[in-house]
Design a protein around this ligand. Structure first.
Ligand code: DAT
Ligand code: MG
Length: 141
């Protein structure tokens, strides 16, 4: 079993899409093993997206990610990282496949409703960024 980090971004929460997104996650066979709603500080958002700090959209990304609350969740499934990226769809909703969350709900490339880790290593880093061990359901033995 693998774990990955999902975020329902401020646009998703503000547009009352959190339930829809969680329903798609559960219908796709993921198990929720941790979840909370938080408002990111600019410092937190900056650290979370540090890999993008040289990108032209970094400032816009931090403005967006701090504009309202987000839902952060840890999802468990076989190949969870890849499976969650597949359910989210490509970054740009115009390029995202039919039936993916971004194709269904995202307004554009910067306001794209959801985040997902892009590798198992980054998933571990991102899960640790938001959750302590006691906030996660223990792995099945
Ligand atoms: P993803 O979220 O699909 O992993 P990413 O890691 O390349 O995509 O970028 C992180 C976020 O930054 C992305 O979800 C939205 C924003 N972003 C990426 N490319 C952008 C662009 N060309 N213009 C505006 N925002 C962008
Ligand atoms: Mg990414």
């Amino acid at each position: 079993m693998e774990r990955t980090l999902a975020i329902i971004k401020p646009d998703g929460v503000a547009r009352h899409l959190a339930g829809e997104v969680l329903a798609l996650i559960e219908k796709s066979g993921f198990t929720l093993v941790g979840m909370k709603m938080i408002r990111l500080s600019r410092v937190q958002a900056g650290r979370f997206y540090e890999i993008h700090k040289e990108k032209p959209f970094y400032g816009e990304l931090l403005n967006f990610m701090t504009e309202g609350p987000v839902v952060v969740a840890v999802l468990e499934k076989e190949n969870a990282v890849e499976a969650w990226r597949a359910l989210m769809g490509l970054t740009n909703p115009q390029q995202a496949a039919e039936g993916t969350i971004r194709r269904l709900y995202a307004e554009n490339v910067s306001r794209n409703v959801v985040h997902g880790s892009d590798s198992p290593e980054n998933a571990r880093r991102e899960i640790d960024f938001f959750f302590s061990a006691s906030e996660l359901i223990a792995a099945e033995k």
